[in-house]
Design a protein around this ligand. Structure first.
Ligand code: SME
Length: 169
């Protein structure tokens, strides 16, 4: 089934998030595979925000983060917990905002053009199932507004998709 996304981008970021969050509910279906839902979410975010250079999910298998659905350039396929921004957010189970990737020790540069980043963990029943990673070619592209709405978005993904049956293997 195809789903059309409707977004007016002539407003601020909070206004864009307010438009897309209700559409998240429409785009995902708990009876379909988790990666199917996540795939459309990457498209939704990339389409909504011009500031995003790369958006995607890394998903946990064997206590490592493996590349999942994404939009943007090809990227690193596996990240250890506690490595890079993604592994650090997964280990701490908290959102990390990086205003300047040069200043984050251990940042993993999949794309040399990336300047700032936000990573939000997906926590299902106290276990990290994966992370949502957004990159930008601009410094300080992400802030408190992004954190607030992306955490809400991840909460919807955790509640609506079937993580019980999810497996990367
Ligand atoms: N920069 C990330 C790696 C993933 S790419 O940005 C797609 C990190 O440091 O974990």
């Amino acid at each position: 089934m195809s789903e059309e996304i409707l977004i007016n981008k002539e407003i601020d970021d909070a206004g864009i998030y307010e438009q897309i969050l209700p559409q998240v509910e429409e785009l995902i279906n708990g009876n379909e595979p988790v990666v199917t839902g996540l795939s459309n979410i990457t498209s939704l975010l990339k389409t909504a925000f011009d500031k995003i250079s790369w958006v995607g999910f890394y998903l946990v298998r064997d206590n490592k983060l493996f590349l999942g659905p994404f939009q943007g350039n090809t990227a690193c396929t596996v990240i250890e917990f506690n490595k890079g921004v993604c592994g650090t957010a997964a280990e701490r189970r908290e959102t990390i905002i990086v205003d300047s990737v040069e200043e984050f020790p251990g940042h993993i540069a999949c794309d040399a053009g990336s300047r700032s980043e936000i990573v939000v963990p997906l926590v299902y029943k106290k276990n990290v199932a994966g992370v949502l990673d957004l990159d930008s070619y601009k410094y300080s592209a992400f802030g408190a507004t992004d954190k607030k709405y992306l955490e809400q978005l991840c909460e919807i993904l955790i509640n609506k998709l079937n993580w019980e049956e999810f497996s990367l293997s």
